[in-house]
Design a protein around this ligand. Structure first.
Ligand SMILES: [Zn+2]
Length: 457
């Protein structure tokens, strides 16, 4: 049976994930007003890691991710560029989805836009009004947090610090809780962005979108909810308040939060010029698998420090793993199912609160062994180790960056010619032929009599 234990922010304990066959998994997505920065991308990659491990353990997962395509920032910046909200946000939505692909993040089963769920949000707000948790003021509708007994149970924030005033902004004081807007009355700054509904002319607040959409796709209660630690308060606290007040049922069983990414030991900020997106990584000709591996190689609960050196070291690790894999393909293209101690150790480490550093250490012990012993391999041993690497890669997700191809006739001929030259001890010619094959995207590894190859990646 499955044994995944994961830290739960709500209970402050490491707890087992339930044994239900299908796991409902809501992951707060981006506000599509700009490119995602690498801090955001760490969160999405670690969310993917958990999903991949659940699939690895035999669960079915239904992942829902929202796209916030209406809020203060999207309206402000679309106006600055003189574009409609839709035209503006779709551009960054597309860029975001490309980023996910480049990081080999599995596509969520449901990706939902806030602007396409206004009715769901309005009916949820109406429900909260009816139950006495929401009130209207100057055309806007607010959530009254003192009405919700358990307010603060996730973030452990104290209601004594409650501010008297209401807040219309999407991002407000992180220290002091206050009533927040469920529906915002239209004002001039909103321009053409508004919906005419029974709540009046306006637009939804940010928090209500996740409560409305998670309920629509995952039901009143579901297993897993995730985001960066910066979302614990107020966003996730408010989601709980909205959802549990409306349904009277527990909202989420398990909260999975991912720590911050630092850059050169500092918090990322545009003013510090340490604000990187995936485009900055690509501009430096660093493959995106390096970033994926860099993210997953640290535990999700630790603050991870990004430096260009650490990214390069992650790149070299992936290269080493792919090389081992590609060298094995010289012996066998098929895997042989094989329950090994290493696979068991890898699984155990991840079942222990997703201990990726230790799980990866197990993999690299094997990678080293393969590279050391590759000259002595046979089909049987290679197909067993291929099975191991392919299994662990269901979680790590880096081997897919390697595309195995067939040798062209010309490459085959050159390889044979080079083998003859080596046999004849004509090393000058063998070297020339190696260079020619290298230029053609083929790397060679001589092991005694044999020459193994793998393609450039
Ligand atoms: Zn959310």
């Amino acid at each position: 049976m499955f044994m995944l234990k994961l830290y739960n922010t709500l209970t402050n304990k490491i707890e087992e994930i339930s044994n239900e066959k299908e796991i409902g998994y809501y992951t707060c997505g981006p506000t599509v007003y700009n490119y995602a920065h690498i801090g955001n991308l760490r969160t999405y990659t670690l969310q993917d890691l958990l999903k991949r491990f659940l699939l690895f353990e035999g669960y079915k997962v239904k992942q829902v991710m929202n796209l916030t395509d209406v809020d203060d920032k999207t309206i402000r910046d679309s106006q600055k560029e003189g574009k409609s909200l839709k035209e503006y946000t779709r551009f960054y939505e597309k860029a975001f989805l490309q980023d996910l692909k480049k990081l080999n993040i599995l596509t969520p089963e449901v990706i939902c836009r806030a602007t396409e769920h206004i009715e769901d949000m309005v009916s949820k707000i109406e429900e909260l009004k009816k139950k006495g948790y929401a009130y209207e003021k100057d055309g806007s509708t607010y959530y009254s947090i003192t009405k919700f007994k358990n307010y603060g149970k996730l973030s452990k924030i104290k209601l004594e610090n409650l501010k008297a005033n209401t807040e219309l902004k999407d991002e407000y004081d992180k220290e002091n809780p206050s009533d927040f807007a469920l529906w915002k009355a239209w004002n001039k700054a909103d321009g053409k962005v508004f919906w005419e509904t029974e709540l009046g002319k306006g637009r939804p607040g940010w928090h209500i979108e996740c409560s409305a959409m998670s309920r629509k796709y995952l039901g009143d209660t579901f297993e897993l909810h995730s985001g960066g630690v910066d979302l614990i308060f107020p966003h996730h606290e408010n989601e709980i308040a909205q959802s549990e007040a409306a349904t009277g049922k527990p909202f989420v069983k398990h909260w999975y939060h991912i720590e911050h990414l630092l850059v050169n030991d500092q918090k990322m900020a545009k003013s510090l010029k340490n604000f990187y997106t995936l485009r900055d990584i690509e501009d430096k000709k660093i493959p995106t698998y390096a970033l994926r591996f860099f993210f997953i190689s640290a535990h999700y609960k630790t603050r991870l420090n990004f430096t260009w050196e650490s990214l390069e070291s992650a790149m070299n690790s992936v290269k080493s793993m792919i090389e081992a894999y590609a060298l094995l393909l010289n012996y066998s293209k098929k895997v042989k199912k094989h329950k090994s101690k290493e696979l068991e150790a890898f699984t155990k480490e991840l079942e222990n609160d997703l201990n990726t550093p230790e799980a990866i250490a197990v993999v690299f012990k094997k990678v080293k062994e393969i590279k050391n012993d590759i000259a002595t391999y046979d089909v049987e041993r290679a197909s067993k180790d291929l099975y191991f690497l392919k299994e662990v890669d269901k979680v790590l997700g880096v081997l897919e960056y390697y595309k195995d191809k067939k040798l062209t006739t010309k490459q085959k001929e050159l390889l044979e010619e080079r083998n003859r030259a080596r046999k004849a001890k004509d090393y000058t010619k063998a070297d020339e032929l190696r260079k020619e094959l290298n230029k053609d995207g083929l790397n060679l590894k001589d092991t005694g009599e044999k020459t193994l190859y793998y393609f450039e990646f």
